[in-house]
Design a protein around this ligand. Structure first.
Ligand SMILES: Nc1ncnc2c1ncn2[C@@H]1O[C@H](COP(=O)(O)OP(=O)(O)OP(=O)(O)O)[C@@H](O)[C@H]1O
Length: 305
């Protein structure tokens, strides 16, 4: 069941269109990603969904509410991750949770959230003294303190080191396992690939693709490569054997190393042909295609910075 429905959303600032007929829906229980480069319109779109900004055109329903007209009712059911600047440096962890719990009619017990998110021993610590990972845990706990049906997490791991990022990903998986639907705004490919069930790719205010990460990768016909080594003494001529196979673009050989590039499922065809011809190989490697390849194919440029 869709619990968020966005249809033909449009937003302009000055004469500039920031969102142009953006449509997507979010199913109950999924982690839905909104992926795009800086300035693509991700935050604007999500803030229209949260009822924090008013769209110029189109329609949004979240849990049956119109977010702008019924914002106060809706906010009882959603959790929004704060940005770092929104908490004062000297607030204590427990005070922040207590304060945010007071915004909701039926909050969760924040003491239980402290335990659950590994912050019990930081209960009296001031916000500024927390590590990056602890701050993220606090932000997630704050987003959950109202016992929401949907949590919006925006640029969750920006500025974290690789270990803290991975730890934060595990937290998002736990949020999902608790049955909370998650809308995750990100410009990190690996994060989206790891966490999201489906992703809307936003570029210059438009949705240019919407699919599962695997579907996005499979859906674009990008070239990739496989490499293998021939067993010593093998006199096979891989160029001759492989170059006419479906999907194969090039075959090159240097000593016993053979590199084949192609599209689609060419790697399976190559393996089958070599096996049929009795050519024994070792060190067979197929380079994984990534979401970044899909993004480049969709937009003409890389998201990685
Ligand atoms: N209040 C505003 N007034 C004028 N222009 C704005 C306003 N808010 C955002 N913009 C512009 O709208 C465009 C989209 O901004 P938005 O913050 O939605 O993008 P984003 O994809 O979330 O980017 P980022 O990843 O950098 O946060 C940008 O060009 C931004 O400068």
């Amino acid at each position: 069941m869709a619990i968020i429905e966005v249809e033909e959303l449009g937003k302009r600032y000055g004469g500039q269109a920031v969102l142009d007929r953006v449509s997507f829906s979010v199913e109950e229980g999924e982690v839905f990603g909104i992926l795009g480069p800086n300035g693509a319109g991700k935050t604007t779109a999500v803030e229209c969904v949260e009822g924090l900004r008013r769209a110029d055109s189109g329609a949004v329903r979240v849990l049956g509410f119109d977010p702008f007209r019924q914002g106060s009712e809706l906010r009882e059911h959603i959790g929004v991750q704060l940005q770092h600047t929104q908490l004062p440096d000297n607030i204590k962890v427990w005070e922040a949770l207590d304060l945010y719990a007071s915004f909701y009619a039926k909050p969760r017990d924040w003491r239980e959230l402290l335990e659950r998110w590994g912050l019990a021993d930081k209960r009296n610590a001031r916000f500024a003294k927390l590590s990056g990972g602890q701050k993220q845990r606090l932000f997630i706990a704050l987003a959950l303190v109202g016992d929401p049906t949907v949590a919006f997490l925006d640029e969750l791991t920006t500025g974290l080191d690789p270990q803290a990022r991975r730890a934060t990903w595990e937290l998002v998986k736990r949020v999902r396992a608790e049955g909370v639907t998650v809308v995750l705004v990100s410009h990190f490919m690996d994060e989206v690939e790891e966490l999201c069930d489906r992703v809307a790719v936003l570029d210059e205010g438009s949705v240019v693709a919407l699919d599962s990460p695997a579907g996005l990768i499979d859906g674009v016909d990008t070239e990739y490569r496989m490499s293998l080594r021939l067993m010593e003494g093998d006199t096979a001529d891989p160029g001759h054997l492989l170059e006419n196979l479906d999907g194969v673009a090039s075959v090159s050989r240097s000593g016993d190393l053979v590199v084949v590039t192609g599209r689609g499922d060419f790697a399976t065809a190559v393996s089958a042909r070599l096996a049929r011809e009795g050519v024994l190989v070792r060190d067979l490697r197929v380079d994984k295609r990534t979401l970044d390849d899909a993004f480049i194919a969709l937009t003409g440029r890389s998201l990685q910075v």
